[in-house]
Write a protein of this length. Structure first.
Length: 321
């Protein structure tokens, strides 16, 4: 049995609604599947492709030759572009050329993974076919950087946003538990399980203590360490967001969920105003997005330190900290 949608974990009602649309023939011809990395967007796109291409009695049967070929990524009806560093115009042109050939099955699906890696030229080459897609052709663009795509591409697609996975789902898929499972992403949980995540978390806590103490030199030193790889920086951004949430929960006398072991830091940050917590949290969200661009990661963290220090200072002047 190779029914891909049955292997997908999480996204409950959203996934079921998409399956119904695919089976009923009401699925949009151009979909943009966006959301955090490692939550199953690509697998959802493949599952929908299998339903559309299936030639069995039940759409997406998982047992007909067409379904098996999709599951093995060997279907002539599934055209995939998987980005490494960039997706160039020639790759897009090859797909467009293939769409002009005789169609063998019920439908053809173009799946572009990491669609944000398309160059401007590649995006422009795709625009016309998105505007006038060939009959029974579908385009699924998968990305965790929605805003990095040209607005003209986004406007021609129906956007489907996926959120983080529940702790139970991450536990089931990765075999991890507790704090690691709270990451909301299979990819992040697996990477952290294979790394010295305790040290990474210690660096995050030290970074925020440098903000409280105003130690710019030490803060910038930590910034250089945290910026060495994208996974570590992404971890910092997500954990920082969780830290801000726990500070706010502590202020509201709600049980802290992830930083129970960091009571001293929580208490030190407890005097931040609600606006300050929100501003720092929003800065962390933006930095997580920027981490996947070509921006210098050390500069991102240094700028975050300076901006957050200013936010802390303003909050202090208003009566906090």
């Amino acid at each position: 049995m190779a029914r891909i949608v049955d292997q997908i974990k999480g996204h409950g009602q959203r996934l079921q609604a998409l399956i119904r649309c695919a089976q009923e023939g009401s699925l949009g011809s151009s979909l943009l599947l966006c959301g955090p990395s490692g939550v199953g967007k690509r697998q959802v796109a493949l599952g929908l492709a299998q339903i559309l291409i299936c030639e069995g009695e039940g759409l997406g049967c998982g047992v007909c030759p067409a379904c098996l070929r999709v599951e093995k990524r060997q279907s002539e009806s599934l055209l995939m572009i998987e980005g490494q560093e960039t997706i160039k115009i020639d790759e897009v042109r090859e797909v467009i050329k293939a769409l002009s050939l005789v169609k063998w099955g019920r439908a053809r699906v173009v799946l572009i993974d990491d669609a944000h890696l398309m160059t401007a030229q590649a995006c422009n080459a795709l625009l016309k076919v998105l505007e006038e897609p060939p009959k029974d052709s579908y385009f699924f663009l998968v990305t965790h950087q929605e805003r990095s795509l040209l607005s003209t591409i986004r406007s021609r697609c129906e956007t489907l946003r996926f959120g983080y996975l529940s702790r139970d789902v991450v536990e089931e898929v990765c075999g991890v538990s507790g704090w690691l499972a709270s990451q909301g992403s299979v990819e992040m949980a697996q990477k952290l399980a294979d790394s010295d995540w305790e040290q990474a978390r210690s660096k995050l806590n030290s970074f925020f203590f440098t903000l409280l103490e105003g130690d710019r030199s030490k803060g910038f030193e930590l910034a250089r360490e945290l910026a060495r790889d994208r996974t570590q920086l992404t971890f910092f951004c997500r954990e920082g967001q969780a830290l801000m949430r726990d500070v706010r929960m502590n202020q509201e006398e709600i049980a802290i969920s992830m930083f129970e072991d960091q009571r001293e830091l929580i208490q030190r940050l407890n005097s931040l105003s609600g606006n300050a917590i929100l501003e720092v949290g929003q800065s962390l969200i933006q930095m997580e997005r920027d981490a996947f661009t070509n921006v210098d990661r050390t500069l991102l963290l240094e700028n975050f330190w300076l901006a957050s220090k200013e936010i802390f200072s303003v909050s202090s002047n208003e009566g906090g900290l």
